[in-house]
Write a new protein. Sequence first.
Length: 670
Amino acid sequence: MADMEYRQCDLRAYVGNGSPEEIDGAIALCEWRDEEDPGGEQARDMLVVILFDLFELYGSRHQLDCAINLARELYELGVTNGDDNRRTQRASNYAKALGHRYWEDGNPEDLHRSITLSEEAVDASPQARSILSRPRGTILHNPSFEIHALNTFAGSLEDRFQMAGSLSDLDLSIDIRERLIAAVPWEEWQDSRVEWLLNLAASLQRRYEQDEGDSRGDVDRAVNLSEEALRFASENSPSTSPALCTLANALGGRAGVTQQVNDLDRAIELLRQAQEKTSVNQASSLEIGVNLAMRLFQRYEMTDSETTTDLDEATEITESTLDGTPDNHPVHARLQNFLGLFSYARFYQSSSESAAEEALGHFRQALRSPHYTSVFRRVQAGRIMVRLCCDMGRWQEAYEASVETIELIPKLSSRAIRISDRQQLLSAEDVASFGANAAAAALQSGKDGYTALRLLEMGRQSLAASVAELRPDLVALRGENPALAKRILSLRDELQDDTPRQHTASAKFDILLNDIRQKEGFERFLMLPSDKDIHEAARGHIIVLTVSTYRGVDAILIERDRVHVLNFNGVTLGDLEEWSRNLHRPAMLRWLWDSIAKPVLDELRLTRPSRNGCLPRIWWIPTGILSRFPFHNAGYHSKGLADAVIDFAVSSYSPSVKALVDGHRRYLLQ
């Protein structure tokens, strides 16, 4: 063991900082040692581990490619297959190498192969199998290095979760890491335990971000585990900076729920410490700067401070990072979004026109970024851009940004939305009324009711609702052609992350989407209903209600032969908020009748029928805050006075026009 450690130290010194020349020299040295010790190959096994460490430190693609080639060569040696110890080590190393390349290139094949190899590594290790099969907490005596295969396997599962969103993968990854940590409590494994604790803390943080409830259990555990890892990490250990960042991330996430500024203060201080310990040429330096800027802005927003100290520093850090980042770097659009948000905040604090122009410039670049950008970042940039353009009265630009943004929504997954909603930086209330703002921009720029309706339907109040609205199309495709459904969902998953495969995946998605729409019955796949479909579904009158700060309430009225818009600019968002707190009062029903319901019925030419006449059917589709109101019951219900919606029509509700059309289509197929 001592001789092996000496050899590894000697080899590390030979590799140096991992330049191509140093790596080539180290490989030549390893080959010479292997010739001196046939069948040993220990030097090359050591070199793979050293190359991993260098890649994680500096992010050099040459270091990664060399590690992959070396790991593959060792795994494919005949001697490897006949020796379980070698097979565990080399399958695990090859899996880890492919996992790194997956995050560089985004190729799902690398991830699938990585998982297969890491499973093989675990299967070949009696100690790893023992940890998984025995009751959790059973201590493993005399552990060997083969148990690292469990950490690699857990990492591969988590990578698959981040690609495809299966919580079962994340749960299994967490279970494996918890078992590993409990089974190996020994002091001599302290450095490894620090890495495992940090990985487990990060996994729990991710599970918390997926949780749609308000449970704090996972994020509290993430904080505690990160604290423990930081205590065990020695002052100059390579693990110290990751421990500081993981703890800062957990504290910042918890602060978003608890609104405890002291958690945020500590997160910022920890990130400053991590910055001090990290050289600017290290790969992690960029992410530390981005996270520090994000937490500074979070504190600025949380404290509602009149001073701009945190905002100024966040802007300075982000601008400096952007200046030093190539245009084709995956983080580029994320930085543009941050700078847009920071300028947006300045605009609302000072009404500075120059700040608004700066914000629009950044959001415009993020929305239209040609480089490696996750679709969610582009959508969020577009949503905020629409709001800002509306505030500035730039209706045509707001309309154009709305169209660009909404065309991206079929490429979104619910997983990306849930994570970003939890992170709470790009999901502020400022973008909650995107669909209403988009419809208002269309109408203000002279577009017709059809156009406004399409924008409103696809730009629902939450992105999750927009994505959910398209789910029946996917269900129908899965029933008709499971292979096609699986392919388009796989491509959509690839579009959620910042990887160089974004362009390729996006182009393939568009081609496949067009192919699907050529098939009978799927002409409107992942699209809103056509004008013809809408009119055919209007077995009664359809009343779509929306409200925006800019136009008050609009009713988009759909009849058999036309779609037209009735505006109630005298009914403001403030009026609706006030009356929504008094929904139980008869006065509210009278106000709702006088202000909205009666004018709508008049516009639809619905008069009181004769005593024996049949009442016509109307469909109410209220959106946003309007969905709280009982339009079917609006009117005067006092004794001796009956003047209400129920006297003129039979009311029904639908969540959207698309849901109504889909229901009508299913009815016709029965």
